[in-house]
Design a protein around this ligand. Sequence first.
Ligand code: FAD
Length: 345
Amino acid sequence: MTEIPAGSVGETFDAPVLVLVDLETPRASAAEAVSLLAPSRAGLALVAGAAALTRADVVALALGPVGADASAALAGAGATRVLAADLGQAGTQAGVVADALVSAVRTVKPAVALVLSDYHGKEVAARAAVLLGSACTADASDLRVREGALTASKTVLSGSWSTTLRIGGAGTTPVVAVRAPEVEVPGPAAPVAVEALDVVLTPESLAVRVVSREPAPTASGPDLAGARTVVVAGRGVGGDIDLVRSLADPLGAAVGATRVVCDEGWLERSAQVGQTGVSIAPRLYIGLGVSGAIHHTSGIQGAGTVVAVCDDAEAPIFQMADFGVVGDVTTVVPQLVEELDRLRA
Ligand SMILES: Cc1cc2nc3c(=O)[nH]c(=O)nc-3n(C[C@H](O)[C@H](O)[C@H](O)COP(=O)(O)OP(=O)(O)OC[C@H]3O[C@@H](n4cnc5c(N)ncnc54)[C@H](O)[C@@H]3O)c2cc1C
């Protein structure tokens, strides 16, 4: 499925496009956390996709310290302006992030503001759109400019229908939460100067005070929303997440989960893929012991190749799988891992 068609020739906006980019700590550099914050891969892909929508500036907004490397990465992806607001710990609260996005919209006056369609991004988009009095949609993909307006594809009714939306309204900037786009991100370029953004905080945001913070346990591996390969654990793995990782790790894949797996506490809630979890668009999705309930598969509509290993030949996952193995994960996964080892040797 095509996401934002990076580099495609088509109608474009005359006005800038604003993209909210998450900053994250590269896993290998946790010790030097703050100075080494880098744009997330999904955020860079969003910037790369946004470049196809406008002839004007592609403006990246990052909430945190943006160093030369981060700016170079954003410039390589296609950002021509970089705005940064270092709001410290408060910069992770959806209300504060929405305030920052609104401040950036008022500064840049973009045709559209894009955020990533994960839990956090959807809340930020909704809050910002309310403050701006503008249109908002989430889980959008395949963004295009048609007759001067933004259009996007979106699946509805748990993925059973695909719709095309026209988003916007006269004189307002729509805020769109976009599914992790699957586009090639060019490497770093000459960094662009980072402009400090003044954020006007609303009384509602100021009223929220974070009294404590406890990091949730996270699945190892790359970021789920932007990963090219995702291995998803279903109930059929019986809580054996090591088995799932034994396949995910050699593939460099992110580990996702069905809701059952999160309900059981086998993986953290942020790993949940589906209607009430994260929507993903990897090139390769591998479901292990996943039945393929529509609440789950609605979150993988953007996946390229779908591979399923499940012991029930009647499971709905096989209706959308490109490759399916009817078998026990405890038998099939070690064979897959062994074959990967053999191919690498
Ligand atoms: C409003 C709502 C929202 C929801 N949102 C989500 C969501 O966001 N994401 C989500 O995932 N779900 C969601 N659900 C739940 C969803 O409907 C399913 O219940 C869930 O996806 C099933 O997860 P599963 O495939 O792991 O489990 P199951 O449906 O139980 O499937 C497990 C599969 O594994 C097979 N199996 C068992 N043992 C083995 C083995 N050893 N080897 C191989 N295969 C084996 C079984 O035969 C079965 O086919 C939602 C439900 C509702 C009502």
